[in-house]
Design a protein. Structure first.
Length: 212
């Protein structure tokens, strides 16, 4: 087993990461100037694999009642089985463009099963006719804090029509959770403006590290 990686320490305690568990989600928190970015950079240098993404992420969120209801897309609907191929294509392109994940390296069976599960439990909203959705958003993890929206994507030929804003406003406005949020690359100004038009406001920032 690879030796643990030292992440932080003080006079009495050393915090270490087991490399075998480094493929799990993790969170490094701290006030501004305490070394979060330096810590992630150090991890990226010591772990196997090259960084696919290492950037600032911005959290946007609001309570459902704070969404801009008039912008919620009136034709937003739950995804159907007929939408499956387009949803798979959307996910592959989103991961390529946003996370630098090569579509050739994605397990298609796993992706197909994930899309099918979301269709079955009604956690993907789309706009567009069955079999040819124009845009999508996934209703992600839920907890005591609220609902996380994920996978917002508009096909290139339908961009500039406010579909992302309309879908996010519809999903957030209909949520039964106390709070709705999503996170996006800090430099993705176009997406951030779309979410802000839907009523979501910046609530925090973090640093994202994804290794390939």
């Amino acid at each position: 087993m690879a030796a643990p990686l030292l992440i932080a320490k003080n006079e009495s305690t050393a915090l270490q990461l087991l490399p075998a568990l480094a493929n799990r989600h993790g969170l490094i928190t701290g006030a501004t100037g305490t070394g979060k970015s330096v810590t992630l950079q150090s991890l990226a240098q010591r772990l196997n694999g090259s960084p696919l993404v290492h950037r600032d992420q911005v959290y946007h969120g609001c309570m459902p009642a704070q969404t801009v209801a008039r912008l919620a897309h009136k034709e937003a609907r739950r995804a159907q089985r007929a939408d499956r191929d387009r949803l798979i294509a959307a996910t592959l392109e989103l991961n390529r463009a946003d996370l630098n994940v090569d579509p050739r390296h994605v397990d298609r069976r796993w992706l197909r099963d994930m899309v099918d599960a979301r269709i079955a439990d009604g956690t993907t909203l789309v706009v567009g006719p069955p079999g040819d959705p124009f845009a999508k958003v996934d209703l992600g993890s839920r907890g005591g804090f609220g609902l996380v929206l994920e996978g917002v994507f508009t096909f290139p030929e339908h961009r500039g029509r406010g579909l992302a804003t309309g879908l996010v406003a519809a999903a957030a406005g209909d949520a039964t959770m106390p709070f709705v949020c999503l996170h996006v690359a800090a430099d993705n100004e176009r997406a951030r403006r779309a979410y802000e038009r839907a009523g979501l406001v910046e609530t925090g920032r973090c640093r994202l590290l994804l290794l390939g």
